[in-house]
Design a protein. Sequence first.
Length: 378
Amino acid sequence: MPASSSATSGSETRTAGRGLRVAVVGLGFGAEFVPIYQNHPLVEDVVLCRRDPRSLDELADGFGIRTRYSDFEAVLDDPGIDAVHLCTPIPLHAGQTVAALEAGKHVACSVPMATTIDECEAIVDAVQRTGLTYMMMETRVYSREFLYVAALAAEGSLGRLQFLRGAHHQDMADWPEYWRTLPPMHYATHAVSPLLALADRRAAVVNCLGSGGVVGGAWPAFESALVRLDDSDLAVEVSRSMFDVAREYTESFSVYGSLRSFEWEQTLNAGPVLFDGEKPRSVDVPDYADLLPEAVQRFTTQGLYGAPLSNPSFVQGSGHGGSHPHLVHEFLQSIAEGRPASIDAPTAANWTCVGICAHTSALDDGSRVHLPGFTLAR
C-alpha cells in the first residue's frame, strides 16, 4: 500500500546493462513529468508523443529530446521503448493501456484507470496475461499530506480508525469539452484513494445520492457516497463536484481516529488541523523529498517547471502535494525490481470502480451497489 517511496539508488537496480527508455504520451499535463524522467537514475532515454507535430517539436526541442512521435501507434511499434506514461484524455486511457501492454510495454496511466467496469476488468486481465507492470498515477496517495498522515497511522498515534472522509471539488468549466460528458463520480479517485489506502482495505459496497443539476448537462452537480469497506467495520464518505458549484478547489481527505484526528484545511494555505482529543493544533506538514533519489528530490517543490509547462491541473491543485517524483520513482522501481507497483491493476480498478458504482447508485436513488469481485483481489 502506498505510504512512502523507496530511496534505492538506480545503480543498485539497473538491469540488462542499461536504463529504461520511457515514452511520455500526452504533453499537456504530461509535460510536468518529462524532466523528472530525464533526471531519474533508472532512465536512460525519454521519448515524447503528441498528436500536434508543431507543439511536439517545440516541447521536444525545449527538453532536448531527440525521439518524438505524433502517432501513438509508432510508440507501440518502437521495440526500444520499455514503458509508457499515458497522460492522454480520459476516454483514451483504457484502450491505450491495453494496447501498450499487448505491445510489451509497462504502463503508467493518469487517473482514472477507465470509465466502465468492463474496461477496468480488461486492463486487469491484460496485466495478468502479459506479466507487465501497470500503475495508476494517483497523485493524492503520494502527496506530502498523505505521507504525513500515513506515518501517523503506521506509528499508531491516531489510534483505531473510526471514519474517513474525502472530497474533490473543482471548477472544470474551462477544461476540454469531453469533461462535461463525465458524471462527477467518474473522476473521483483523488477523493477515494487516500481513504482506502489509509484504511488498507478495498471498497465493497457503495450507496450514493446525486444533488442539484448542471446547466446544459445530464448529471447531478454534486454526488456524495457512503462506502462500506471489505472485511472491516469502517465506512468512508466521498463527495465530488465538477461544474456549477461555488467552492474553492480542493482534493481533501480527513481521518478520524480514537486518539487523534486529521482534518484537511478549509481554504488554501489555511493549513490542516490535528486534534488530540478535542484540542486542535495547526500542522506544518513536512516535505518528503528525502525518500527520493537525490537527482529528483527538487521536483517535490511547486513551481519548478515554469509558465510554459504549467498545466491547469498542476497549478490549480497546488502542485499535487509534491507527488509527481514519488509516483515516477515508484513506477520505475517496480519495473526494475520485477514486482507489482503500489497502485497495481486490482487496486486501481477498485479505486476507480468506487466512482463508477457510486454513479450507478445515484441514478437509482441511492440503491446499494456491490463492487465487482475482480476489484477485491489483493
